[in-house]
Structures are given as structure tokens and as C-alpha cells.
Design a protein around this ligand. Structure first.
Ligand SMILES: [Mg+2]
Length: 231
């Protein structure tokens, strides 16, 4: 019998079958591929809702998973180039008590199956169940726009954040990338992309490029930049 591990945000018990995936900070950390030995590698970080699948708001039913074709193409291309693909997803519906880890896992499994059907795979998944804190100072370091999930992935998977990219549909995705030290954030036009375009653009600065309004097929076409010589 393991001890009962709780998601601190909502004091929800984590079902026994998922306790190995939820750490003491309440963060879902799932490595689907082993870290590669040798020098740290660039990765492609992807937001999930509104970026890889259509935004439906507190998604908790596998039947509501509808992949975005351009995102699947980017995942398949990254796989072909041996660039690790890492999901970093805010799932505050868990911390708010709208649904639990079982529903979350069922959605993730459906998505993984659809990605596999398209010929792709995800190398790791990080999900923050933490709800927004009323006091910004009390915010979880893992909930985007904080960079905690990216930093954790870098240490788990031996990733080079200084050469990695992030794509998402919210300015908070782009900001998390900037705060993690990435050189590029890509705001997809899907999901909340139109709403957040101006805010995302304002995050660009020295050493941090922001691409706005272009779909992930265009990102896929540039992924060779993360893997010179591997095309
Ligand atoms: Mg999103």
C-alpha cells in the first residue's frame, strides 16, 4: 500500500494507478521516451488545448478530442528529425474540481492513439493541475506563464532550453517559453490565438523571437533548424 498522494491544489486523491506519474508538487510527469545520453538536445514544447487539439474548455471526455491536422504534421516532422516533443499543458480543471486525473488520462490516451494513427508520438507529457492563485505571488511555479514544466522537462530529459521552441495558442505559453530561456515562441492561430496575438507579440525582445498568426504546418517546415544535418 503506497501512501495516498494528494493534488495540493484541490486536495484530490490521486488514483493508485497514477501515483507514479504525479509528483509531490501535484505535477503530472510522464516520460514516454527515455532521455538520450550525450549533449542536451533541443526540444519542441507544445501546448495541448487549442494548439494540438481544438479548444473546448475544461476538456474531460475522450469523445471531445479533435486533433488539429497541422499540429499532427509538426509532431510527425519533429519525430522524423529526432527532436523530442514535449506537451506542457495547464489543466486547472483538475485543481478547480471540474474533473479528475482519470478523466485527464482518458483524454490523453485518446489523443496519443490519434497521434499514433497519424504516424507520430509524444516523448513526454507535463500537466499542471494548479488553478490560478488570487495572489500572483502564490502562483504555482508550474502553471504557465511560469516556466516550471519546461524546466522540469529539461532536467528529466536532458534538453537544451537555449535551443528549444514552444508553440501554443495563448500568450501565457509564449511567456513560459521566454521565462525558460527559449529563443522562439510560436503563437498558433487556432484556439485563443487571435485573442492573444497582440499580447504574444509584445513578449518579443532581444534573444526571443515571437511568430504570430502562422499555423503549425509552417512551424513543421522550419523544424530542421532544431536538428541541423538530420533532415
Ligand atoms: Mg492552449
Amino acid at each position: 500500500m503506497g501512501r495516498t498522494r494528494l493534488t495540493r491544489a484541490a486536495w484530490q486523491p490521486v488514483p493508485a494507478e497514477f501515483q507514479s506519474r504525479v509528483d509531490d508538487d501535484g505535477l503530472w510527469r510522464e516520460l514516454r521516451s527515455p532521455p538520450a545520453p550525450g549533449a542536451p538536445r533541443p526540444a519542441l514544447f507544445l501546448d495541448r488545448d487549442g494548439t494540438v487539439i481544438e479548444e473546448v474548455g475544461f476538456l474531460s471526455r475522450p469523445d471531445d478530442v479533435r486533433p488539429i491536422t497541422d499540429a499532427l504534421a509538426a509532431i510527425v516532422r519533429a519525430n522524423a528529425l529526432d527532436v523530442p516533443v514535449v506537451f506542457v499543458t495547464n489543466q486547472s480543471g483538475i485543481g478547480r474540481g471540474h474533473f479528475g486525473w482519470r478523466e485527464y488520462a482518458a483524454v490523453e490516451e485518446r489523443l496519443a492513439a490519434l497521434i499514433a494513427k497519424a504516424g507520430g508520438r509524444i516523448d513526454a507529457v507535463y500537466a499542471s493541475p494548479h488553478p490560478p492563485a488570487p495572489d500572483p505571488g502564490a502562483q504555482s511555479p508550474h502553471r504557465k506563464p511560469a516556466p516550471g514544466m519546461l524546466l522540469r522537462a529539461a532536467s528529466d530529459l536532458n534538453l537544451d532550453l537555449g535551443a528549444s521552441w514552444i508553440a501554443g495558442d495563448c500568450a501565457s505559453d509564449i511567456e513560459a517559453g521566454r521565462r525558460a530561456g527559449l529563443p522562439l515562441g510560436w503563437l498558433a492561430p487556432t484556439g485563443y490565438g487571435a485573442r492573444d496575438a497582440a499580447r504574444a507579440r509584445s513578449l518579443a525582445g532581444p534573444g526571443f523571437t515571437v511568430v504570430v498568426g502562422r499555423g503549425l504546418a509552417a512551424l513543421a517546415a522550419r523544424l530542421e533548424e532544431l536538428a541541423p544535418g538530420r533532415s
